[in-house]
Ligand binder design. Structure first.
Ligand code: 3PG
Ligand code: MG
Length: 398
C-alpha cells in the first residue's frame, strides 16, 4: 500500500507516539463486553513499544458532546488493555493540558498511556485548531489506527495528522488493504451481499455498489421494498412503500451498469414478529396478505449460494433476514457459511463489515473463515458508499 506511510517508515524509538485508536467498545455497567476493537490495536501498540516508543493512546467513547460525562470515561478499558498487552497501562484524566502532560513526562520508553475521552472537549468534533494544537504538543509523531473513526473529520482523527508526521497503524493498514482488494482493485467477478431493514439508510450505498460490482444480492427488510417496487404484494412485511421509485431507479442503474440484481424468489413468512413463531415459505408472488416476510426462502438460499460460487470477491454488509430470531436466521447463516467455506477452500476473497454484520457472521460461526472482517460500522458504510474518509485522506502521501 504505497499511497500511505505505514509504521515501516516511522522512527519511534524514544519518541512520544500519539496513537489514535477506536475504543468505542460495547460496555455494560462500565465493563467491556466485547474486546474486538481492543484486540485490533494490539499489533500497533506492541510494535511501537517494542521499538522503544512511548505509546500514548487517544480515543473517543460514546457521544458526550463536549461535556465530561462520567459514565463515558475510558477508564474501564484500562484493565482489559493491560490483560491483552500483558503490561501496565497508565491513565490520564484528561487528553490535553497538565494531566496529560505530566502523565507523559512520567513515561519511560516502551510504556503505554491511555488518555481520557477526546470527546469530553468540544474542540474534538469541531476539529478546532486550538484543541488540535493542544493535542499535537503532546507528541512527536502521530499514528492513526482507527479506521472505524476515519469517517469523522475530528481533531484526533484529521486535524492532528496535519500538525505531526502522520502514519497509518497496522490495523488501519490492514483495513485499507482489505478494502482495496475488495472493491478498488478486486479480482472479478465481484458479488456484494447487502441486507438490513431499510433501503432509506442504504440508498447511496446501493447506488454506488451497482456501478462497481458484477452481482448484488439484496436481502433483509430492504428486499421487500424492492419486491413491492416490482409489483409484488408483500403483505404485512416491513416495506418502505414511498421508496418504490428510488428502488426502481437503483434497479435501472444496475441494468445500465451490467450488475445482476439477485432478489429473493421465495420468502419465509410468519404471522407474528417473534422467535419461533409458526412460519412457512412462499414464492414471492404468493405472499399471504396477513403475513410478514422474515427471511429469504430455501430457493433463494440456493440462488445466493450459486451466485457466491460464481464470484472471486465478496463484500458483505447486513443480515438477509431477522437473524436475531430463530429460525429466521437461516438464510443469513446458510449464505455466510457458504461464503466462509468458499473462502477456506481458496476460491473467494471475502470482506465484511458494518453494524449487525459482524454479529451475524459470528453467530454463523463464519467470521473466522472470512478473509477480512472490518471493525468499522459507519466508516465501512461510507466506504461502501464510495465516499472519501477524512481520516484516511489525510494520511495519503502528499
Ligand atoms: C463507531 O463506533 O462506529 C466509531 O467509533 C465512530 O463513532 P461515532 O459514530 O460516535 O462517531
Ligand atoms: Mg457508531
Amino acid at each position: 500500500m504505497t499511497a500511505f506511510r505505514t509504521l515501516d517508515s516511522a522512527e519511534v524509538k524514544g519518541k512520544r507516539v500519539l496513537i489514535r485508536v477506536d475504543l468505542n467498545v460495547p460496555m455494560n455497567d462500565r465493563v467491556v463486553t466485547d474486546d474486538t476493537r481492543i484486540r485490533a490495536i494490539l499489533p500497533t501498540v506492541n510494535e511501537v513499544t517494542k521499538k522503544g516508543g512511548k505509546a500514548i493512546l487517544l480515543a473517543h467513547f460514546g457521544r458526550p458532546k463536549g461535556e465530561r460525562v462520567s459514565d463515558m470515561s475510558l477508564a474501564p478499558v484500562v484493565p482489559v488493555l493491560q490483560t491483552l498487552l500483558g503490561k501496565p497501562v497508565a491513565f490520564a484524566n484528561d487528553c490535553i493540558g497538565n494531566d496529560a502532560a505530566s502523565a507523559i513526562a512520567r513515561m519511560s520508553d516502551g510504556d503505554v498511556l491511555l488518555l481520557e475521552n477526546t470527546r469530553f472537549h468540544k474542540g474534538e468534533e469541531k476539529n478546532d485548531p486550538i484543541f488540535v494544537a493542544a493535542l499535537a504538543e503532546l507528541g512527536d509523531i502521530y499514528v492513526d489506527d482507527a479506521f472505524s473513526a476515519a469517517h469523522r473529520a475530528h481533531a484526533s482523527t484529521e486535524g492532528i495528522a496535519r500538525q505531526l508526521p502522520a502514519f497509518a497503524g497496522r490495523s488501519m493498514q490492514s483495513e485499507l488493504e482489505a478494502l482495496e482488494k475488495a472493491l478498488t482493485a478486486p479480482r472479478r467477478p465481484v458479488i456484494a451481499v447487502v441486507g438490513g431493514a431499510k433501503v432509506s439508510s442504504k440508498i447511496e450505498l446501493l447506488n454506488n455498489l451497482v456501478t462497481k460490482v458484477d452481482a448484488l444480492v439484496i436481502g433483509g427488510g430492504m428486499a421487500n421494498t424492492f419486491l413491492n417496487a416490482q409489483g409484488y404484494n408483500v403483505g404485512k412485511s416491513l416495506c418502505e412503500h414511498e421508496l418504490a421509485d428510488t428502488a426502481r431507479r437503483i434497479l435501472a442503474t444496475a441494468a445500465d451498469s451490467g450488475c445482476a440484481i439477485i432478489l429473493p424468489v421465495d420468502a419465509v413468512v410468519a404471522w407474528r414478529f417473534e422467535a419461533r413463531a409458526p412460519s412457512q415459505a412462499y414464492a414471492v408472488d404468493s405472499i399471504p396478505a396477513d403475513a410478514m416476510i422474515l427471511d429469504i426462502g430455501p430457493h433463494s438460499i440456493e440462488r445466493v449460494k450459486s451466485a457466491i460460487d460464481d464470484a472471486a470477491t465478496l463484500v458483505w454488509n447486513g443480515p438477509l433476514g431477522a437473524f436475531e430470531m430463530e429460525p429466521f436466521d437461516r438464510g443469513t447463516l446458510a449464505a455466510a457459511q457458504h461464503a466462509a467455506a468458499r473462502t477456506r477452500d481458496g476460491h473467494l476473497l471475502s470482506v465484511a463489515g458494518g453494524g449487525d454484520t459482524v454479529a451475524a457472521l459470528n453467530a454463523a460461526g463464519a467470521a473466522d473463515d472470512f478473509s477480512y472482517i472490518s471493525t468499522a460500522g459507519g466508516a465501512f458504510l461510507e466506504w461502501l458508499e464510495g465516499k472519501q474518509l477524512p481520516g484516511v485522506e489525510v494520511l495519503r502521501r502528499g
